[in-house]
Design a protein around this ligand. Structure first.
Ligand code: F6P
Length: 341
């Protein structure tokens, strides 16, 4: 299907029951995203944007009205699409929307919500998994390799959908006149060799050695081991930072750090790291927690976090070697008998 084809037409031709069920969920989310995008674009005179509700999500982040509007839109869209287990950043526990549903959806209805107040880019990230058993939580305790589909909507100057159903990554943009998403890029590949990194550098002193060494070497520019002058970008919204990497390459890191509660980084595995990792691998890139592929991690809690290192495969591999080097440097020398000296 060529550029300009509608999302509905592209999803119409997917094969197999799991992909068809995932396609229904994606189409429903696309309708919710189009509506949400209109809400976001409206002037804030109705108090829809920055105003907090006084509540907080499971992570203690302040909930804004828009978080709750996004949650309602996504949830009711998925209910109408026959989705079974549903896990949202905005709720403590997974629930079952349709007991007969064959797919489960984990979602961050409004990612990057601290950007709402500053008219910055925000998004919706989702992961579609096969539904497993009557307990809705169980469906989410499978590794990211089981994902049938993953993607994110980005509400920026354009409203964009980056989507994979396991056969590469396609990009769609919302055509507001037609009221539908249309295909704008097929089989997207993360470009290699781009000397650009994204990390919240204010946490430098809190990072572990491997990440600090890697970034310090980037900062050394053409004279350092990377042999290139690096540029840095940080949008502070995962969808915006990820989209830039998908478009022009580079590397994104949200590592574990020494702050209280950040020993597994900041991002949530099921509805942030895992779908982004699925897209990254499908786009020829890679995503790890610094050492192991994100998609190999089996979650044990719905809202667990994971460090995320994502981007072009060569750079992500390089970060893994920095971790290995630190481990080797700290390993105690072994005696000939194999006992530690
Ligand atoms: O998890 C929410 C989120 O806003 C991400 O979208 C973003 O990548 C990250 O947190 C920003 O973190 P920080 O506040 O450290 O810049």
């Amino acid at each position: 299907m060529g550029q300009g084809a509608s999302l509905a037409a592209v999803l119409e031709v997917v094969e197999g029951a799991p992909a068809k069920a995932a396609a229904r969920a994606v189409l429903a989310l696309a309708r919710a995203a189009a509506e949400l995008s209109a809400v976001i674009a409206r002037p804030a005179v109705e108090g829809r944007l920055g105003t907090t509700t006084g509540g907080a999500n499971v992570d203690g982040d302040a909930q804004r009205k828009l978080d709750l509007i996004a949650e309602d839109l996504c949830r009711s869209a998925l209910e109408s699409a026959g989705v079974g287990p549903y896990l949202s950043e905005e709720n403590d526990a997974p629930v079952s929307l349709d007991p007969k549903g064959t797919v489960a959806v984990a979602i961050d209805p409004l990612d990057g919500s601290s950007n709402i107040d500053v008219n910055g880019v925000i998004g919706t990230i989702f992961s579609v998994l096969p539904a497993r058993g009557p307990d809705p939580a169980v469906s989410f305790f499978q590794s990211g390799r089981s994902q049938i589909a993953a993607g994110f909507f980005m509400y920026g100057p354009q409203t964009t959908l980056v989507l994979s159903l396991g056969r590469g990554v396609d990009v769609f943009a919302l055509d507001r006149t037609a009221g539908e998403f249309v295909l704008v890029e097929q089989s997207l590949k993360i470009p290699e060799g781009t000397p650009e990194y994204a990390i919240n550098a204010s946490n430098h002193r809190q990072w572990r050695e491997a990440v600090r060494n890697y970034i310090d070497d980037c900062l050394r520019g053409a004279d350092g081991p990377h042999g290139k002058t690096y540029n840095m970008r940080w949008a502070g919204s995962l969808v915006a930072d990820a989209f830039r990497i998908f478009s022009r390459g580079g590397i994104f890191l949200y590592p574990a750090d020494g702050r209280k509660g950040y020993d597994q980084g900041r991002l949530r595995l099921l509805y942030e790291a895992s779908p982004i990792a699925f897209l990254a691998e499908q786009a020829g890139g890679a995503a790890t927690d610094g050492e192991r592929p994100i998609l190999d991690i089996v979650p044990h809690r719905p809202h667990e976090r994971a460090p995320l290192v994502m981007g072009s495969a060569d750079k992500v591999e390089r970060v893994r070697r920095y971790h290995q080097d630190v481990e080797l440097a700290h390993a105690q020398p072994m005696g000939l008998s194999g006992a530690r000296a």
